[in-house]
Design a protein around this ligand. Structure first.
Ligand code: SME
Length: 153
């Protein structure tokens, strides 16, 4: 199966597991678990959530992988850049991204995708880190953005 097909299959699995589930934590947990298991080079897959008590800060949510940093201010690192801009960022080589926050030296490339609520406000970002350089392309972006659109109720 090609990558587009794989993302389609994972999207269906996430929707099936999350059907009827109203807890956002549970819905995010399903997505990061199924995505992390689908590609061998994904070793950190998870969500940073906008902190309702500090709306210009992200706080770690459900994830799979090694210990992640707990908080990221908007504008810092890849996740904070996406939180500030509301646009997906693909990083082919994290060592060349100014201000990249290195939670684990295994990270070589990453993608961060914004998650919006039904009113269009940023709710979270999805961060996927890869052990390989240049893992992510437009197919990953399209597949992950489509999945992120289905997460919020
Ligand atoms: N690499 C991220 C930080 C989060 S961890 O990698 C889990 C960034 O620069 O935003």
């Amino acid at each position: 199966m090609d990558k587009t097909g794989l993302y389609g299959r994972i999207a269906k699995e996430i929707a099936a597991v999350n059907a009827g589930e109203t807890s956002m934590i549970a819905r995010y947990a399903t997505a990061c678990c199924l995505l992390n298991g689908a590609f061998p080079q994904f070793y950190w897959t998870g969500f940073y959530l906008v902190d309702p008590l500090k709306p210009s800060e992200l706080v770690v949510g459900p994830y799979q992988g090694t210990l992640g940093c707990l908080r990221i201010p908007f504008g810092k690192g890849v996740c904070g850049t996406v939180a500030a801009s509301g646009k997906t960022v693909l990083v082919e080589d994290v060592h060349k991204f100014p201000g990249h926050i290195a939670c684990d030296s295994k990270t070589m490339s990453e993608i961060v995708v914004p998650v919006f609520d039904k009113a269009g406000a940023l709710a979270a970002v999805l961060d996927i880190d890869s052990t390989d350089l240049a893992t992510f392309d437009a197919v990953d972006q399209a597949g992950l953005e489509a999945i992120c659109k289905t997460l919020l109720l």
